[in-house]
Design a protein around this ligand. Structure first.
Ligand SMILES: CCCCCCCCCC(=O)SCCNC(=O)CCNC(=O)[C@H](O)C(C)(C)COP(=O)(O)OP(=O)(O)OC[C@H]1O[C@@H](n2cnc3c(N)ncnc32)[C@H](O)[C@@H]1OP(=O)(O)O
Length: 192
């Protein structure tokens, strides 16, 4: 059966301008939550992904694959690579649009093996917005920003209210973000 390519972003999506308070090109994006598996610095086995805003609606992230991230001996686990893209796409959406949003759908294409010790350079971008839906995509290259593509991903993020985090997760989530220097009520547009 022939696989039909779907348009991306889907018909009806519109370009999404960066939020007026979005960090500009060259800005380092800090850890959004110290216990986050993707970016947090308190989890020894985490990905420790680091991100910098680039031009346009683009963010460059990188993470180095360690033995904590293996599937087969010496190779990254595909699920952890998907995690890295979830984080890279999520931080792109969250920081550039400044709207609380969660991943609704994440699609990954694994093109090359990613060895332990290699650094994946991920360039992620916001592709469009349609209602509460935000479309974003990313390419991950091996060991250099212009290295060979190892993984590609597309994500659909859905804008949510802050109660998503307090009612489904930790009731103190907003205070915990605030303690870590992320006063989300003040910094983000919170109406989905
Ligand atoms: C600075 C911050 C940095 C943050 C970085 C963090 C990176 C990590 C991000 C994550 O991993 S978030 C955690 C993983 N995701 C979740 O736990 C989300 C779980 N799912 C849900 O909570 C709900 O399903 C969701 C909020 C996504 C949607 O439920 P709702 O009831 O609010 O909305 P609804 O189901 O009506 O969907 C809204 C629209 O999205 C569409 N949609 C939702 N899920 C979809 C899906 N999976 N595929 C396609 N479309 C989807 C849905 O069809 C609809 O389209 P229309 O508006 O056109 O009708």
């Amino acid at each position: 059966m022939t696989k039909q390519a779907q348009p991306w972003p889907p018909a009806g999506a519109e370009p999404a301008p960066a939020h007026p308070k979005a960090p500009g090109p060259g800005s380092e994006l800090g850890v959004h939550f110290t216990e986050c598996f993707g970016c947090g610095d308190e989890l020894e086995g985490g990905l420790h992904l680091r991100s910098t805003v680039a031009d346009g609606l683009t963010v460059r992230s990188r993470f180095t694959v360690t033995k904590n991230h293996q599937g087969a001996p010496g190779l990254a686990h595909g699920g952890l690579l998907a995690c890295a893209f979830d984080e890279a796409l999520g931080t792109t959406v969250g920081n550039l649009l400044r709207r609380p949003a969660v991943t609704g759908r994440l699609e990954t294409d694994f093109r090359r093996p990613v060895p332990v010790g290699s650094t994946l350079h991920i360039e992620a971008r916001v592709d469009g917005v349609g209602g509460r839906k935000i479309y974003a995509s990313a390419d991950g290259r091996l060991d250099a920003e212009d290295g060979p593509v190892a993984v590609r991903a597309r994500g659909l993020f859905v804008m949510v209210g802050l109660e998503h985090f307090t009612s489904h997760g930790d009731p103190d989530a907003i205070e915990k973000f605030r303690e870590q220097g992320r006063p989300v009520r003040e910094d983000w547009d919170i109406n989905p």
